[in-house]
Design a protein around this ligand. Structure first.
Ligand code: DQA
Length: 159
């Protein structure tokens, strides 16, 4: 199973950026930890970070037919981007949105995520551990999808 991990603007600055909010870990360190736990569960991760909305839309579109699920932190674009929301809806894949900080505890403009409407679920406020939680959630969703597909195949054969 393949999961695309898509990171939005300024997340390349983690470790240096507002440590009191986002903590000391760099994006590379977070990705390294994720790779470790994913490989134990037979999951392959493809990482992508961009500061540009259009590049994120392109990456989401490329997931169609090549990737099983998307783990995304759209960062500031969560609060503004109809284009990313549309792209997530267009590819019809399981999506988990992650935020390192608790967006509901912050400025009013961060308390609404437009992109969240295109996700299966949202994890917010658990620091970098939220990415691991997202992986666990997507693994569960993909396993459930696989079992229901297998059950349908057995049913179809029996009919
Ligand atoms: C963030 C929250 C956003 O409001 C902010 O713009 C980010 C990071 C988070 O992970 O907590 O860049 O998505």
């Amino acid at each position: 199973m393949k999961i695309a991990v898509i990171q939005g603007p300024n997340l390349n600055m983690l470790g240096a950026r507002e440590q009191h909010i986002y903590g000391p870990m760099t994006l590379d360190q977070i990705h390294e930890q994720m790779t470790g736990s994913a490989s134990q569960n037979g999951i392959e991760l493809e990482f992508f970070q961009s500061n540009l909305e259009g590049e994120i839309v392109d990456r989401i579109q490329e997931c169609m037919g090549t990737i099983d699920a998307i783990l995304i932190n759209p960062a500031a674009y969560s609060h503004t981007s109809i284009a990313i929301t549309d792209a997530l809806n267009a590819v019809s894949l399981p999506v988990v949105e992650v935020h390192i900080s608790n967006i509901y505890k912050r400025e009013e403009f961060r308390q609404k995520s437009i992109t969240a409407s295109a996700s299966t679920g949202v994890i917010t406020g658990f620091g970098p551990f939220g990415y691991h939680m997202g992986l666990i959630a997507l693994t569960q969703i993909l396993n459930e999808l696989q079992s229901s597909k297998a059950a349908k195949e057995v049913q179809a054969k029996a009919e």
